[in-house]
Design a protein around this ligand. Structure first.
Ligand code: ATP
Ligand code: MG
Length: 275
């Protein structure tokens, strides 16, 4: 995978995220999005509300657009709704109201397979991700399922494990590995499908300092659209040009990371700290 930088810099010059860029309309049907619009809204949440079965409304009207190739950090206190939002991006949660689109496709019960080929989601808890008797089986599961030729699977698994610093662990049993090791393998499970969107829920939690450094290197080098939730503000400052702040099921700020991280009143109001 190669790092590639997209031309989104123009977008992020303030705490309020604006899209000043007008793109060429290439004459698609008026009701649907042009190619340029799809790229600007590669991840697109519109007025998303979500209530858990017990009636608790964890998302109370979320609007979020992320363009293709953009790297965005999602921060906010415990219970803000970060994980709940992320679970919408591959249709594990479907909105109670509003809508989620990925690469121009509406996320519905009927197209979960296509959506999941586009979005690699890594859960906060690696035990939700890893279920196979060996690391190899867990990392090979996605590509096997997507019909990648078997001859190619070994190479892809090896590459994914190397990317997270877990080369050589193929025959080990995830359930008998340390938390940090399981976190790394969980990340590796989504890499072999090469999805256009990577969504990582607190990827640095539980990693040792070297693992955290390696993660920062990995995230910085990924060319995909990237959304991660984290409480690690130094990680945010190092890797993510754009930061979204959530609290109480709403997005309360969205803008350039440098601007967000220097807004002490905002940080304090939402239980955050400068790195
Ligand atoms: N299965 C559930 N049923 C009912 N309420 C839930 C459920 N899961 C989460 N919630 C509630 O939804 C809200 C948002 O939770 P969520 O896990 O999305 O927060 P978060 O921002 O990811 O927090 P953290 O930083 O602790 O990971 C919380 O108030 C939580 O108690
Ligand atoms: Mg969470």
């Amino acid at each position: 995978m190669t790092a590639h930088q997209h031309a989104h810099e123009h977008v992020h010059d303030g705490v309020v995220h604006v899209h000043p860029h007008q793109h060429d309309h290439e004459g698609g049907p008026a009701a649907s999005l042009t190619e340029g619009e799809v790229i600007e809204r590669w991840v697109d949440l519109e007025h998303v509300h979500y209530s858990y079965p017990d009636g608790f409304e964890a998302l109370r009207g979320v609007d979020l657009r992320i363009s293709r190739g953009e790297k965005v950090a999602l921060v906010g206190p415990n219970g803000a709704g970060k994980s709940t939002l992320m679970l919408h991006l591959n249709g594990i949660n479907l909105p109670s109201h509003g809508q989620v689109r990925i690469a121009g496709m509406s996320v519905t019960r009927d197209n979960l397979r296509r959506v999941r080929a586009e979005v690699g989601l890594v859960f906060q808890d690696p035990d939700d991700q890893l279920f196979s008797p060996t690391v190899f089986d867990d990392v090979a599961f996605g590509p096997l399922h997507m019909g990648v030729p078997e001859a190619e699977i070994h190479a892809r698994v090896e590459r994914a494990l190397a990317a997270v610093g877990m080369a050589g662990f193929e025959r080990r049993t995830p359930q008998r590995m340390s938390l940090g090791q399981r976190k790394r393998v969980a990340l590796a499970t989504v890499l072999p499908m090469d999805p256009s969107v990577l969504v990582f829920d607190e990827p640095s939690a539980g990693l040792d300092p070297r693992g955290r450094r390696e993660l920062i290197g990995l995230l910085g080098g990924l060319g995909q659209t990237l959304l991660i939730s984290t409480h690690d503000m130094r990680l945010v400052a190092e890797v993510f040009p754009r930061t979204v702040v959530m609290d109480g099921g709403l997005i309360v700020a969205d803008g350039a990371t440098a601007a967000i991280l220097s807004d002490d009143a905002l940080l304090e109001a939402h239980g955050l700290e400068r790195p």
